[in-house]
Design a binder for this molecule. Structure first.
Ligand code: C5P
Length: 242
């Protein structure tokens, strides 16, 4: 890898300066964290798999007209992306009760939700990414009412499309997290999908057995974490080249 200037190191990814202005290189690490980095570990091969899975999903989404920051995959662990101004929100879409929703509201994991639920969390490690309402987001200027309209519409489109995509390969899309950014082109601003979509950011359950094929295997010490990520890639038909 040509040495590039590092701009930011996150828990699972590093961002480097890109080859052209307005681009960045997103590098996928094997590091895994959970519970706001209280639990740390390494999942061998995870970066390679997430790079490939996220490329696949972002490409399919672009094909149906969902704007994303993804440009192209560069190698096993890196992809070229457009530089965007990240909106400091984690947008979680849920179809089935699990995780923090089950804990917070006492709804057993696996209960189908009467309709898809979209939640917003303020991206702030020190505060542990607290859940926020639209009121907080617009009052504190993290996003405008129009931005939120776009974010909600895009999130629901992504949910509809990915639910079908995963169902086609025998996987239930329980919930997932999205991030968005602002991209300026010719003085016009667009909201685009950013970050990654992978088993790190989704709950994916086998449709028949309910076996977890996602980061909950790491969070809950269920073992066979890398195998689960590989299984998702295999079912999507995109196991990375050796
Ligand atoms: O923990 P919780 O149930 O709120 O997570 C909902 C979804 O968002 C899960 O798919 C989880 O993997 C994802 N998530 C994430 N990054 C976070 C918090 C949640 O990818 N910081």
């Amino acid at each position: 890898m040509a040495r590039r200037r590092q701009l930011y190191e996150g828990k699972a990814k590093i961002l480097f300066e890109g080859p052209e202005p307005g681009t960045l290189v997103q590098y996928f690490k094997d590091d895994a964290t959970a519970f706001n980095a209280q639990k740390k570990g390494v999942i061998t091969g995870k970066g390679v798999l997430n790079n490939r899975i996220s490329e696949f999903i972002m490409t399919r989404l672009a094909e149906i007209g969902v704007p994303t920051h993804f440009v192209r995959r560069l190698n096993m662990r890196e992809q070229l992306i457009r530089e965007v101004e990240i909106i400091p929100l984690e947008v979680v879409v849920r179809n089935v009760a699990a995780g923090s929703l089950s804990t917070r509201l006492g709804i057993p994991e696996g209960t189908p939700l009467p309709r898809s639920i979209v939640e917003y969390y303020y991206k702030n490690d020190q505060l542990g990414d607290p859940m926020v309402a639209e009121e907080h987001i617009t009052a504190f200027g993290w996003a405008s009412v129009q931005d939120l309209d776009d974010i909600m519409a895009l999130s629901l489109r992504v949910n509809d499309f990915l639910t079908g995509l995963f169902l086609g390969v025998g996987i239930r899309l329980v919930d997932f997290k999205l991030e968005f950014g602002r991209l300026w082109e010719n003085d016009e601003m667009r909201i685009v999908l950013a970050d990654e979509i992978s088993p790190d950011s989704c709950r994916l359950w086998d449709i028949k057995t309910n076996e977890k094929l996602d980061k909950d295997r790491f969070r809950r010490d269920l073992g066979k974490v890398e195998e689960a990520y590989q299984e998702v890639a295999r079912r999507l038909g995109i196991l990375p080249e050796a």
